[in-house]
Design a protein around this ligand. Structure first.
Ligand SMILES: Nc1ncnc2c1ncn2[C@@H]1O[C@H](COP(=O)(O)OP(=O)(O)OP(=O)(O)O)[C@@H](O)[C@H]1O
Length: 249
């Protein structure tokens, strides 16, 4: 069995008396899509933030490629290979598609904002950005202002920005949010191929996408993982049906 690329060990985070993550241990193996599902307020975003470094756990560890990154900053985790897309878009709307991708490539090199203008002219950053755009099928839209992209194209661009880091693992927070049926189907097809490049930890409410993509699914309820298994195992679980999926299983 391959070693996990990403793992959490007994992560705990409370807000006052509320246990938002309760002893959460999950892992992500090479080539895998592992979906985290659960009702609103189950603790999915709190878990993702602890993995990515935005929130410090009360106790527990985050391991990236076997290395304990629990004390590392968000940027250090990104540079160690953790690529992230967000529930709410972090793109710069007034900049072009290519400029957004170059910003991502700057982050990959640890360059600060003040190098923005010179960075636009650096061929190696442009190459990295253009390769990422090509990968997600946005090369022809490189000069379009981000504000003029469709919602689906913005989601693709977010993946391209994450790709500029050459990530070893992706953490995606509701990538299907706001997409129509067509956009969701296209992004599902794209993520299906992406897992080979880097495995994906996927938080998602779109159950069609989850059941189509996930090699494993973990169900989070009141901060606890109540089940982990294949789509068939999760669909068949009475506990999961009662706590979350109901008739959607
Ligand atoms: N900064 C905070 N301070 C206090 N409570 C918080 C904070 N962040 C989250 N919570 C609470 O922790 C619990 C888990 O929230 P979280 O956003 O992680 O759930 P979620 O599963 O991502 O929900 P959703 O599916 O709606 O995005 C909720 O009860 C939420 O109100």
């Amino acid at each position: 069995m391959s070693d996990p690329v990403l793992a959490t060990l007994n992560l705990n985070k409370s807000f006052g008396a509320l246990k938002a993550t309760d002893n959460v241990s999950i892992d992500l193996k090479p080539g895998e899509i592992h979906a985290i599902i659960g009702p609103n307020g189950a603790g999915k975003s709190t878990l993702i933030q602890q993995i990515c470094g935005g929130l410090r756990p009360d106790s527990g560890q985050v391991l990236l490629c076997g290395q304990d990154v629990s004390g590392h900053s968000t940027q250090a985790r990104a540079q160690a290979g953790l690529g992230r897309t967000f529930q709410i878009s972090q793109l710069c709307m007034e900049d072009t598609v290519l400029e957004n991708a170059i910003l991502g490539a700057m982050g990959a090199e640890g360059l600060a904002w003040r190098f923005w203008q010179p960075a636009l002219k650096r061929p190696e950053l442009r190459d990295r950005a253009e390769a990422a755009l090509e990968r997600v099928g946005l090369s022809d839209d490189r000069d379009i202002c981000c504000a003029n992209l469709s919602h689906g194209q913005r989601r693709q661009l977010e993946v391209a920005v994450a790709l500029t880091l050459s990530p070893r693992v992706f953490v995606m927070d509701e990538p299907m949010a706001g997409l129509g049926a067509g956009g969701s189907k296209r992004l599902t097809g794209f993520l299906d191929g992406l897992r080979v490049e880097a495995p994906i930890l996927l938080v998602e409410h779109d159950m069609d996408a989850v059941f189509a993509l996930a090699d494993r699914i973990s169900v989070l309820v009141y901060g606890k993982v109540i089940a982990t298994g294949t789509a068939d195992e999760i669909r068949a679980s009475t506990e999961v049906r009662d706590a979350y999926l109901g008739d959607a299983a």
